[in-house]
Each structure stands twice: as structure tokens, then as C-alpha cells.
Design a protein around this ligand. Structure first.
Ligand code: ZN
Length: 85
């Protein structure tokens, strides 16, 4: 008798999330290049939730959006680059 399982394919590979510290299957991580992100999707969502809807905006569009909402004054842009050595 064969034992057929219907559960989704699971290779058994897990990765520890840098943020919540949980060991999660690789399917819980976004692929980045040849590897995976070090933070799981849940944490990613939680961290970027507020800015998520703006992530596709260009700076110009963002400024127009803010103006349309009645914001005015100075907008300072700070570029944070993380370089892994
Ligand atoms: Zn996490």
C-alpha cells in the first residue's frame, strides 16, 4: 500500500528569520537573487506596512500626492544604503 500525501511539497529546508527568530520553511521568505531575504514575509509586511502603498511611487508622484492631500513645506529625502561587506 502506498502512502500518498496530499500536503504541499515541502523540502524540509528552513531558515531562521532575523527579525522574529522563528525557523520557517523557505516558502515564507522572499527570494532575492540566488538566496532568500533574511527576514520572513510576515515581518517584512509588518515593517513595511505603512510605506507599502508608496513603494511604487516615484519621488515626483509622492510629492504630488502629498500636495493633493494638503501637505506643504519642506520634504527632506534621506537615502539609506546598506552595503554588506
Ligand atoms: Zn519573521
Amino acid at each position: 500500500m502506498c502512502n500518498i500525501t496530499t500536503s504541499p511539497e515541502y523540502t524540509g529546508e528552513t531558515k531562521k528569520c532575523k527579525c522574529c527568530g522563528k525557523d520557517l520553511p523557505l516558502t515564507h521568505f522572499q527570494k532575492r537573487g540566488i538566496g532568500y531575504r533574511s527576514v520572513c514575509n510576515d515581518c517584512l509586511k509588518r515593517e513595511s506596512g505603512a510605506t507599502d502603498k508608496f513603494k511604487d511611487f516615484t519621488s515626483r508622484e509622492l510629492i504630488d500626492e502629498l500636495k493633493a492631500r494638503g501637505y506643504e513645506g519642506q520634504l527632506t529625502k534621506k537615502v539609506v544604503e546598506t552595503i554588506k561587506l
